[in-house]
Design a protein around this ligand. Structure first.
Ligand code: NAD
Length: 176
């Protein structure tokens, strides 16, 4: 039976740190499940990209990294307004898995309580490869392209991501 590990994240956006984690997990298990958390979210400063856009970015980034995509499953996971039932919600949406990879304390806590083995991936340049840092740079016209895979930059261009984020950061003129 194939061993499967899951990594759930917001991936707003997926960056080079995430890709290193994907590769690390695939060295340890047969198949990787990438859960796109907060799948219902988009078009906000914290969560600018839709689940479909994030899925496209992750698929392209994995292909760019030379990962065999038949070993990867990507699933959207909308949030639920009750942490105590989130793990069963994830299980109901995902292929079966035995290991949960996460650096997020809440995610680890919830899966541990449900009896899952959890592992913390090693940090890869956490201060640079960090969603908030990348989103801030995009809005403020600073260099961000070196922090995400080239294929992610291409998807960002296709969806006019920088323009979207700059628009999201504006204040309604009536409120100024
Ligand atoms: P994230 O995109 O910030 O990170 C995803 C994973 O990658 C995390 O485990 C993080 O530790 C790891 N990571 C990120 N950068 C890294 C780097 N440079 N080096 C090594 N590892 C790195 O996402 P997140 O905040 O962990 O996402 C958790 C998701 O779970 C959210 O979407 C949240 O909505 C969801 N969630 C939902 C509920 C609920 O619905 N009740 C409860 C808990 C969690």
């Amino acid at each position: 039976m194939a061993s499967r590990g899951v990594l759930i994240g917001r991936f707003q956006p997926p960056h080079k740190g995430h890709v290193e984690v994907f590769k690390q997990i695939l060295r340890e298990v047969d198949e990787l499940i990438v859960g796109i958390g907060g799948a219902q979210e988009s078009h906000t400063l914290e969560n600018p990209f839709t689940a479909g856009e994030r899925m496209l970015m992750i698929t392209r980034a994995l292909a760019e990294a030379g990962v065999n995509l038949s070993r990867v499953h990507i699933i959207p996971i909308p949030d639920v307004n009750n942490n105590a039932i989130w793990v069963s919600h994830v299980i109901s949406l995902s292929p079966p898995f035995s290991v949960v990879y996460s650096g997020n304390p809440l995610v680890k806590r919830l899966f541990k309580e449900a009896g899952f083995k959890t592992k913390t991936p090693p940090p890869f340049k956490r201060k640079e490869y960090w969603g908030t840092n990348i989103r801030d740079r995009m809005i403020n016209g600073r260099r961000w392209e070196n922090l995400v895979p080239k294929s992610v930059v291409e998807v960002m261009r296709e969806i006019n991501a920088v323009e979207r984020m700059k628009d999201l950061s504006k204040t309604d003129y009536l409120l100024r």
